[in-house]
Ligand binder design. Structure first.
Ligand code: DGT
Ligand code: CA
Ligand code: CA
Length: 364
């Protein structure tokens, strides 16, 4: 596996940034996104906060009450409830841009992914830097989304690199720089090392990765067991052979949008549906799949959900057939549609892979 080039991309203060994207006036104010518990009032925790709020000490996981205390002298600060559907929609749109920049794309979560770009950069870090900048620009121009990318020859170091300078960061660690990059970092920056392990190391007077590297693998195995011990040993040396494995988010083959206004007008809805089909079809072609099932989804004005789907006679990848089926489903659904529709989605499923390396069944 010599000479790979891997990106790790992570969206900055993701939920809070999503809120800023739809309400740009929030950008100059501290914003905290809250998961309210069902006990009511201010019970619950902070999911994330923008960097302005972080300046005042607001952090993910902190009780909402604490965060309010930290911001009590800042009247313009904003506390918002989570809107996962909207964050997922934003994530989906961003991921479909990101996928187009990768040889192999691995979805990790709503706000992060790995990209193997070895082939398209011809193992050249200059080209990789250029590609990463292009990707960041493209997310910014088309979605106003800011992100941070780490680049190196493996997933582990790229992940650490993407955490190194944020927001809006780009950190490149070439193979000969790996050890010197890791040296001064706290042991805690190794993914998977939490407070507990950190304390263990602290008791042994080990604080930095460079100090950790002086510990031999037998000692680590003794402390953590063989599996974790050797992971930590390799991590301290910046070694990681894990391939970027093609993994897509389960909702990859669907698209959903919020309509400009609630509606149950056929022409209005059909126009948006066709656009969704065009967009979705791009992914279908790129991933070389055939689908046999087509569905549409309405989120109605009261936020309730309605879906309708159809199984085709034969697997297909045809855009015409996708559109024809979707329009037919729309027509049928509108016949007894009572509530106006607020959000509109398209989904294909029941896949066959035409050819290629990827086993589609793994994604689901
Ligand atoms: P950053 O540091 O600029 O990447 O900021 P985030 O907010 O993107 O942080 P990250 O990447 O660790 O997490 C991505 C999202 O996951 C974040 O926007 C909200 C959610 N999240 C993170 N930590 C917590 C937590 O402790 N509780 C809850 N409920 N959600 C969290
Ligand atoms: Ca993030
Ligand atoms: Ca993340």
């Amino acid at each position: 596996m010599a000479g790979r080039i891997i990106f790790h991309i992570d969206f900055d203060y993701f939920y809070a940034q999503c809120e800023e994207i739809r309400r740009p006036e929030l950008k100059t104010r501290p914003v905290a996104v809250c998961v309210y518990s069902d006990r009511g009032g201010d019970s619950g925790a902070i999911a994330t906060a923008n960097y302005l709020a972080r300046k005042y000490g607001v952090k993910s996981g902190m009780p909402i009450k604490f965060a309010k205390k930290k911001l009590e002298d800042i009247p313009e600060s904003v506390f918002l409830p989570t809107d996962f559907e909207y964050y997922t929609e934003t994530s989906e749109n961003a991921m479909s841009i990101i996928r187009n920049h990768a040889d192999v794309f691995e979805y990790v979560g709503r706000d992060e992914a790995y990209l193997d770009v070895t082939n398209r950069t011809e193992q050249d870090y200059k080209k990789a830097a250029h590609l990463a900048q292009q990707l960041k620009n493209s997310l910014r121009t088309s979605m106003k989304l800011s992100s941070t990318i780490g680049i190196s020859s493996n997933k582990l170091v790229s992940k650490i690199a993407s955490d190194y300078k944020k927001p809006d960061g780009l950190t490149i660690v070439e193979p000969h720089e790996i050890e010197s990059f890791l040296d001064p970092l706290p042991i805690r920056s190794i993914p998977g090392i939490g407070k507990k392990s950190e304390e263990k190391f602290s008791e042994m007077n080990l604080e930095t990765i460079s100090q950790l590297r002086s510990v031999d693998v037998f000692t680590l195995n003794g402390l953590f067991g063989r599996k974790i011990g050797s992971y930590i040993y390799n991590a301290a040396h910046g070694i990681d052979e894990e391939p970027v494995s093609p993994r897509h988010d389960p909702i990859q083959y669907s698209r959903i949008i919020t309509l400009k206004q609630d509606s149950k007008d056929f022409d209005f809805l059909a126009k948006d549906l066709e656009k969704l089909c065009d967009d979705l079809h791009g992914t279908i072609v790129k991933d070389n799949i055939l689908f046999r099932s087509v569905g549409i989804q309405f989120i109605q004005s009261d936020l309730s959900n309605r879906t309708k789907s159809k199984t085709l006679r034969n697997p297909t990848s045809s855009l015409d057939e996708l559109k024809k089926t979707v329009i037919q489903l729309l027509r049928e659904s509108l016949e007894d549609q009572k509530l106006p529709i607020r959000r509109l989605g398209v989904r294909v499923s029941d896949f066959t892979q035409i050819s290629g390396q990827v086993d589609i069944t793994r994604f689901f």
